[in-house]
Every structure is written in structure tokens, then in C-alpha cells.
Design a protein around this ligand. Structure first.
Ligand SMILES: NC(=O)c1ccc[n+]([C@@H]2O[C@H](COP(=O)([O-])OP(=O)(O)OC[C@H]3O[C@@H](n4cnc5c(N)ncnc54)[C@H](O)[C@@H]3O)[C@@H](O)[C@H]2O)c1
Length: 431
């Protein structure tokens, strides 16, 4: 924040706090402009000898402003919430920003903290990541964006902005006007949806990625793009799949993600772009719905188990795939974003946590909910996709280079998911 802007804001806050019109007049009279004009309209006499009471008020006001200034300077180093931000956020719960102007008065930019933009932020992963990054960097330093209207709680909980990644000019405006330094690129059309709309998947996953890489290069941003187990194909080694191996996926989603990995690495070597990429397994979360991927069943089964006690699975019972609880996935994302550049031997890493089949997941859930009934009605499109994917990822490079370590295995995952969904239901029933 520029010191001039901060001074004016602190003065205004001081006035509001004191609630005194005479105080605001006194403070404003300290600005150079006001001093100059008053000196032209008044005779040049010693004010203290003429009006001692007014002079005392003026002096008292100046002392108050000085104290406020000192306190703001003291708090300036203590991110994520500086003193000014605390004062403002208590009076105005949230603020909106626009692509065309900096209308976020409560932001308290600090050179030590990145200003992050998350694209496609209203999907399964974006809101959770925003929560994590906001805890770390301050609420106003993380902007969620998407082409959908956010639910009220998301709208109220921090900066949200409309951004279509296919609109290059709009994207550039957002990056420039909000002084973005990190870009997390979550917008995508996932595997199952992609197969039913290849043209859309090409547009969003390939053209959209080109826009992101060009914007990031143009403005010197650090950019994170997630890849997936779907970037491997039937000819890749399956159990475990190493970081470097044959990648010949048979879905447009997979092809577009291999393209993203290669383009990001090419921009890194060619232009010095700070590109970072993790290959996520299937991600499991309780409070956000999956967006049309092949591993969606592993989220849906928990909700069905709690709500109806029965579930129809669209993959074969023995389909073994790599999976991860959302907290591990988001923490890995923050960790690779923060990793010093010289620790990253590679720019694209596998991360792994657990692998299971629909059958082994059912058995683990039945330890808590023994009445759960699972039937199978295999979707040939999803099954063909899953059959070409890894069973487990080999992630020793991530563990070695930047200290990746998962925390959730299958038993912890099941316990955590059922606890969250049960708690959510109890809350819903209370209304
Ligand atoms: N969820 C998983 O299991 C998983 C696994 C591996 C990789 N990933 C990757 O992680 C990222 C986030 O995944 P997710 O599960 O949250 O996806 P999601 O499908 O739930 O959300 C994607 C979001 O992108 C938005 N979007 C679509 N077109 C857009 C456009 N033109 N401009 C801006 N936004 C647009 C959608 O509105 C949606 O909110 C994706 O890149 C995905 O490929 C996810």
C-alpha cells in the first residue's frame, strides 16, 4: 500500500472513530493544500494568542493522528491482518473488486505476501484452496474467480471476481489491476464431461491454458497448473506409475493435461516462467461436489451411505485407482507453491496417498455403517477411462525435493468423511 493512501485512510478512520466533525476539520486542515488555502484567506497571526482553546484542540488532534500513524506503522509488518485491515473488516464484512479498477480498500498489500488469483475457483477444489491460502496470506490477498455465480457464503467470505479464462483481455485486466503475483489455474473440463463435449474441453483446457501461460509470462507470475492421473494412458506403467514414462492418454482431458505439462515446462525453459505442476490423484472431499471426473464415485458413495444406505457404483468393483483426501491435496499445492525454486529439480511431480477399489472402499465404510448396500451398474465410458489410468503413483521425487508427505490413508479418510457428512446433516436438520 502506498504510504500516502494509508495516511488518508488512517486519518479517515481516526475521524470515524472519534465521530467528531470538528476533529475531521482539524485533521483535514493539516493537509498541505488546506494549509496553503487557509494562509491566503487569513491574516498571518499567531493563532495560539488569538484562540487558545482552538489551538489546544488542534494540537490534541495532531497528537491523535500521530498516535494512529505510529500504531499503523507498528502493525504494518504483522501480516496477515494489519491494524487498518482489522478495523475495516470489523465494520464492513467484505468487499467486491472489479476487473477495471482497484476497489478493494481493505487490502493491505505486503511485499512478503503474494497476491493470488484462483481461476475456476467454484469447482470441487477452489473454495477449499482459497480458505487455506487466505489463512496463510490474508483474506484480501486471495481472489477467487469463475464464470459461475458464487453461493452466498463464498461471496461473503472474501474477494470474488468474474473471470472467463477464454477472455484474454479481461484476464490481463484482472492481473494488472489487482497486482496479481501468483496464479492458480483450476479452470478445466474434467474427464467424463470432456468425453461428452470434446470441443468445449479443447477450448477450456487448451486455449484457456495458452491464455494463462501467456499472461503469466507477460507479467512474471508464478503459475500453478494441476495435472492428473488422467495424463497417463494404457501404455504407461501402472503400479506404480513413475514421474517420467510413456504418456499416451486416450481422453481429451488427458491429452490436454499432457499438453499443459509440456507447454508449462517449455515456457519455463524458454522464457523462465515459474511454472509448477502436480499430478493429482482422484480427490475426495465432503463439502464440495466433484465436477464430472471418473473418480466421482468415491465422493458420492459417502453421501449415499449416510443418506440412503445404498449406492449404485458406475465402475467395476475391482477398479483400483490412486486417491487423496482434499486436505492433503490442498496442502501439497501450498507446499509446492512455496517451495524455493532451487529445490524443484522438476516442474511436474506425481503425488500419491492411497489406492483402493470400490470394493475395498465399501468394506471400510461398512466397518462404520454395516448396512450399506452397493450395487454395480458399470458406465462403459468411465470404465474405459479408469482402465487406462494408473493404480498408484510413484512420488519419491516430490518427497525428496520438497518434503511431500500425505497424512490420510483409507481408514482416516473414511472416518473423516463420515464425520463431516454426519455433522453437515445434523446442521441441515437443525434448520
Ligand atoms: N477433483 C479432482 O479429483 C481432480 C483430480 C486431478 C486433477 N484435478 C484438476 O484440478 C483442477 C480443479 O479441479 P476441480 O475438481 O475443482 O474441477 P471442477 O470441474 O469441479 O471445477 C472447474 C471449474 O472451472 C470452471 N470453468 C469452466 N470453464 C471456465 C472458463 N471458461 N473460465 C473460467 N472458469 C471456467 C467451472 O465453472 C468450474 O467451477 C482442474 O484443473 C482439474 O483438472 C482435479
Amino acid at each position: 500500500m502506498d504510504p500516502q493512501g494509508k495516511l488518508v485512510r488512517i486519518q479517515k478512520l481516526g475521524m470515524l472513530e472519534a465521530g467528531s466533525p470538528s476533529l475531521s476539520r482539524a485533521v483535514l486542515s493539516q493537509s498541505p493544500g488546506r494549509r496553503a488555502s487557509s494562509s491566503t484567506t487569513r491574516p498571518n497571526v499567531d493563532a495560539s494568542s488569538q484562540t487558545p482553546a482552538a489551538f489546544r484542540t488542534l494540537r490534541w488532534c495532531m497528537m491523535l493522528v500521530m498516535q494512529l500513524l505510529k500504531s499503523a506503522v507498528r502493525h504494518a509488518g504483522s501480516r496477515p491482518q494489519c491494524g487498518v485491515e482489522r478495523l475495516i473488516s470489523s465494520s464492513s464484512h467484505h468487499h467486491r473488486i472489479s476487473a477495471s479498477g482497484r476497489t478493494h480498500p481493505s487490502s493491505c498489500t505486503d511485499a512478503d505476501h503474494p497476491k493470488v488469483l484462483i481461476t475456476g475457483g467454484l469447482g470441487q477444489l477452489g473454495v477449499g484452496l482459497a480458505k487455506l491460502l487466505r489463512r496463510r496470506f490474508g483474506k484480501n490477498n486471495v481472489i477467487l474467480s469463475d464464470i459461475k455465480k458464487p453461493p452466498t457464503d463464498v461471496y461473503l467470505n472474501g474477494p470474488f471476481i468474474f473471470s472467463d479464462i477464454l477472455d484474454y483481455k479481461n484476464l490481463r485486466e484482472i492481473v494488472v489491476n489487482n497486482n496479481i503475483s501468483w496464479l492458480v489455474h483450476y479452470s478445466a473440463v474434467l474427464s467424463a464431461v470432456g468425453e461428452s463435449n470434446v470441443a468445449l474441453a479443447k477450448e477450456v483446457n487448451i486455449t484457456g491454458l495458452h491464455n494463462i501461460l501467456d499472461i503469466a509470462t507477460e507479467h512474471g507470475l508464478r503459475v500453478f497448473v494441476p495435472s492428473t492421473i488422467g495424463a497417463f494412458g494404457p501404455s504407461s506403467p501402472k503400479d506404480p506409475t513413475p514421474d517420467l514414462c510413456v504418456q499416451r492418454p486416450r481422453t481429451i482431458y488427458g491429452v490436454s493435461k499432457v499438453h499443459a505439462e509440456l507447454m508449462g515446462e517449455y515456457y519455463h525453459h524458454r522464457y523462465g516462467l515459474d511454472f509448477r505442476c502436480l499430478r493429482y490423484p482422484g480427490i475426495i472431499s465432503a463439502d464440495s461436489q466433484p465436477g464430472g471426473g471418473t473418480t466421482d464415485y468415491a465422493v458420492q458413495i459417502f453421501h449415499a451411505a449416510v443418506k440412503t444406505g445404498c449406492f449404485e457404483c458406475n465402475l467395476r468393483s475391482d477398479t483400483r485407482l490412486p486417491m487423496m483426501y482434499i486436505d492433503d491435496c490442498l496442502r501439497a499445492t501450498l507446499e509446492i507453491l512455496e517451495a524455493p525454486a532451487d529445490t524443484l529439480i522438476s516442474r511436474t511431480y506425481n503425488i500419491n496417498a492411497m489406492s483402493f477399489t470400490p470394493h475395498s472402499l465399501t468394506q471400510e465404510i461398512q466397518k462404520v455403517l454395516p448396512d450399506l448396500k452397493v450395487t454395480y451398474n458399470v458406465d462403459p465410458v468411465r470404465q474405459a477411462i479408469a482402465d487406462g489410468w494408473p493404480m498408484a503413483l510413484e512420488d519419491s521425487a516430490a518427497r525428496r525435493d520438497w518434503g511431500w508427505k500425505h497424512e490420510y490413508d483409507l481408514p482416516e479418510l473414511v472416518q473423516t468423511m463420515l464425520t463431516h457428512i454426519n455433522t453437515g446433516n445434523q446442521v441441515a436438520q437443525a434448520y
